[in-house]
Design a protein around this ligand. Structure first.
Ligand code: ADP
Ligand code: MG
Length: 376
């Protein structure tokens, strides 16, 4: 009988391990504002940053994360430091999820998708998974064969829409007897090469309809969810089957839509977005605090992620932030969601060093030893 290892791990009788933490990385995008706008946030070291305290300009707030990537960080550094290390778990039937969180314009799509010259997390992870399942260096692996499939959906106004088959507009999320979460009726395409992936992914991305509002289009108001499933089949008895799922998610903008002039239908959308992002923040908080009840069922997004966020799953949230003053309050909200710790320091924020290396010589460097160390 096919038995999934991850089920044993996360639902073992009376031996349930505590759910794994969600690792949090923050990425600061480069300054891009054409007009004059002050910079209000800058990096300190590989785990922390500082931001102006709006209540008191003589103070700086310092935040700490599992990893901090400054405005010079490359796509490769983010991928290598925060995403690549979780891929091997998929090959042993465990699940994983990677989210890009943050306000519109802060770099979520750049981080996840990137462009042909600077490919982001999605193309890199797909390429590496295809590679990892192709090479059979380990003799123990000879009795296994792999297959990879992809699905791509959008969660918009609490509805799951199939981007590979746009007529599927409101797909139900179900749970099977082994507690695997699945999207009933969703299209799954087998991919064996990277061009297979592109062939399905590129037109599907265009299925994300665009309707402009003052600040953001629909792609900013829906969650784009790419699912890569790695299935491992044993070729000899007992013919075990392991499935590892990787969710790669470009979340809706975390900005407060009440400030963007949205009204009517847009306002209703904002409510739905904010409630599912709000639920996500409660889930991440509950997991990271080790609370007994995780409110997965309170939104479509978290319900879908129930078997791939917490439990035996490996999750990383990449919080994207922008340095300009006009993003200040959205940045603060995102940081407060993401932070492991926060400290108010009695020292004014210094503007002049934003282009220079991250650390001021006069400042104490509490985590100097961790500088440049790759997060795992
Ligand atoms: P979001 O998806 O969060 O709305 P985008 O990824 O579209 O934000 O980024 C907004 C703009 O900033 C885009 O033009 C993008 O190319 C650019 N950008 C974002 N992050 C970076 C970065 N790290 N380096 C260079 N350009 C970036
Ligand atoms: Mg985007």
């Amino acid at each position: 009988m096919a038995k999934r290892v991850s089920i044993m791990d996360s639902h073992g009788v009376n031996k349930k391990p505590s759910p794994s933490r969600v690792r949090v990385a923050v990425r600061l995008r480069p300054y891009m504002e054409k007009g004059e706008d002050k910079v209000c946030v800058r990096g300190l070291d590989s785990q922390s940053l500082e931001i102006v305290n709006w209540r008191n300009q003589l103070e700086t707030m310092q935040y700490q994360f599992d990893a901090f990537y400054g405005d010079k960080a490359t796509q490769r550094e983010i991928y290598t430091g925060s995403v690549y290390p979780i891929l091997p778990h998929l090959l042993v039937g465990q699940n994983a999820s990677v989210f890009a969180y943050g306000p519109t314009g802060a770099g979520k799509t750049h981080t996840m998708l990137g462009n042909p010259n600077q490919p982001g997390v999605i193309p890199r992870a797909v390429r590496d998974l295809l590679q990892m399942t192709r090479t059979n260096d380990n003799p123990d692996e000879e009795q296994w064969s792999y297959s990879i499939t992809m699905s791509y959906v959008e969660i918009y106004q609490e509805k799951v829409m199939d981007l590979l088959e746009p007529k599927n507009k409101d797909l139900p999320i179900r749970e099977d007897k082994d507690h695997n979460i699945l999207i009933s009726g969703v299209t799954q395409k087998t991919i064996t090469t990277f061009s297979d992936f592109d062939e399905h992914f590129i037109p599907a991305s265009q299925n994300r309809t665009v309707a402009c509002t003052k600040l953001n289009d629909r792609s900013s108001r829906s969650h784009a969810v790419l699912l890569i499933k790695v299935q491992k089949n044993q070729q000899v008895p007992p013919f075990r089957q392991l499935t590892g799922k990787l969710y790669l998610i470009d979340l809706a903008g975390s900005e407060d839509n009440r400030r963007t002039g949205n009204q009517g239908i847009r306002l209703k959308e904002s409510g739905a977005i904010n409630s599912s992002l709000f639920t996500l923040s409660k889930v991440v908080d509950a997991l990271n605090q080790g609370l007994p009840r995780i409110p997965y069922r309170d939104s479509k997004l978290t319900r879908l992620l129930q078997d791939s966020l917490g439990g035996s799953a490996h999750s990383v949230m990449i919080t994207n932030i922008a340095p300009e003053q006009k993003y200040y309050f959205d940045t603060l909200t995102a940081l407060n969601f993401a932070a492991k710790s926060k400290q108010i320091i009695n020292k004014p924020f210094s503007q002049e060093t934003t282009q220079a290396p991250a650390v001021q010589p006069t400042m104490k460097r509490p985590r100097d030893d961790l500088e440049n160390s790759a997060p795992s």
